[in-house]
Design a protein around this ligand. Structure first.
Ligand SMILES: *Cc1c(COP(=O)(O)O)cnc(C)c1O
Length: 375
């Protein structure tokens, strides 16, 4: 046997091992896109856009094809300028990511590690415990009230080890949100050395007047970050583009840890074009408000419990036990309709439905009517 030059003799025959915590991660599984034997399933499982991307974004993306031999702009200068102009933010305070998921992960990697705690709300987005564990930190879930983030419960779980608090507002998968005044109360109750990350992925869909995506809290201090995405209302999920509005010190940190060319050039160009198409955003919001209301009403009439949602999906409860939601899901799949199972969120009694096109919404209600009538 060849002798080893490095390493403690004791572990000599052991294979490489990841840091503690890594193997505790349950890998994130996205919504299914295909069903065996069904040519064109109706996919309502990943909160993707009902209307698709702006034609301007598609054009801008294609126009890059002849320049694929060039590296992208590593500083995302024009994209940050366009985002800054659209949102009234200094472009220097903006950091772009390969999806907002990348930003959430970079923040955990930079600000939390072994021995630290990362706080989130019990039914919060699954990416938060994943990025916490990947950074070696300990995820801590605070209880919710009626499937809504509870500011007092979150603050009660803060300890001297807490480094980051992630809050999706509105939250996925519950659809609930906390108003601007509650968000401020959460920020005001946090120790100044805890980073509050407000994940406003669904902000553009919200029509309630007491809501804020949280930008004013970023501007007012140095411990709040707001993340946004092009995956939802801008309908560019495939491109992986997100951004964060950060205090200067946080922007500096993210620019040190991010990959030098983390956003492809066609993606940057498509993002700029999408931002300019405000008509497409307004149309998507209008469509969502209309059909979310219609679907909630129709499912309620079928006797299902529909949780109020400010986003582009609804959380629907099928009965007390997860078996009922699983049976409904199996029937819908046999009919070519894919919803999202909620077991990973400890909400197995529910399915999550993305707001789709008019035809998709009508097909879903028709299928569920048949299913519930036959039960
Ligand atoms: C969809 C979603 C995102 C967006 O993720 P991307 O990586 O930008 O596609 C972020 N947060 C929440 C809560 C989401 O549901």
């Amino acid at each position: 046997m060849p002798s080893r030059l490095r390493g403690a003799p004791k572990g000599e025959s052991a294979p490489p091992a990841p840091r503690p915590g890594i193997l505790d991660i349950a890998p994130y599984v996205g919504g299914d896109s295909t069903l065996p034997g069904i040519a064109k399933p109706i996919k309502l499982a990943s909160n993707e856009s009902a209307l698709g991307p702006s034609p301007l974004a598609i054009e801008a993306y294609k126009a890059c094809a002849a320049r694929l031999h060039r590296y992208p702009d590593g500083s995302h200068e024009k994209l940050r300028a366009a985002i800054g102009e659209r949102h009234g933010i200094d472009p220097a305070a903006i950091v772009c990511g390969n999806g907002s998921d990348e930003i959430l992960a970079m923040l955990a990697k930079a600000y939390a590690g072994p021995g630290d705690e990362v706080l989130y709300s019990a039914h919060g987005f699954l990416v938060y415990p994943i990025v916490a564990l990947a950074a070696g930190a300990t995820p801590v879930a605070a209880a919710e009230k009626n499937l809504r983030a509870d500011v007092d419960a979150l603050l009660a779980r803060v300890t001297p080890r807490t480094r980051i608090l992630y809050l999706a507002n509105p939250n996925n998968p519950t659809g609930s949100y906390i108003p601007a005044a509650e968000l401020r109360r959460l920020r005001d109750g946090l120790p100044p050395d805890v980073l509050l990350v407000i994940d406003s992925a669904y902000a553009e869909f919200v029509t309630e007047s007491d809501y804020s995506p949280g930008g004013e809290l970023v501007a007012a201090g140095d411990n709040v970050v707001m993340t946004r995405t092009f995956s939802k209302i801008y309908a560019l999920s495939a491109l992986r583009l997100g951004w964060a509005y950060c205090p200067p010190a946080v922007a500096d940190v993210l620019n040190r840890v991010r990959g030098p060319f983390n956003i492809n050039q066609p993606v940057q160009e498509a993002g700029i074009a999408a931002l300019a198409d405000t008509a497409a955003v307004n149309a998507a919001r209008g469509h969502n408000t209309r059909w979310r209301g219609w679907l909630a009403d129709a499912l309620g009439k079928l006797g299902l419990t529909v949780y109020p949602s400010a986003a582009n999906f609804l959380l629907v409860e099928f009965g007390a036990s997860p078996a009922e939601a699983a049976a409904a899901d199996a029937y819908l799949r046999s009919e070519g309709i894919i919803l999202r199972r909620m077991e990973p969120y400890s909400l197995g009694q529910c399915l999550r439905v993305t707001i789709g096109t008019e035809a998709e919404m009508k097909a879903l209600v028709a299928a569920l009517s048949r299913y519930l009538a036959d039960k």
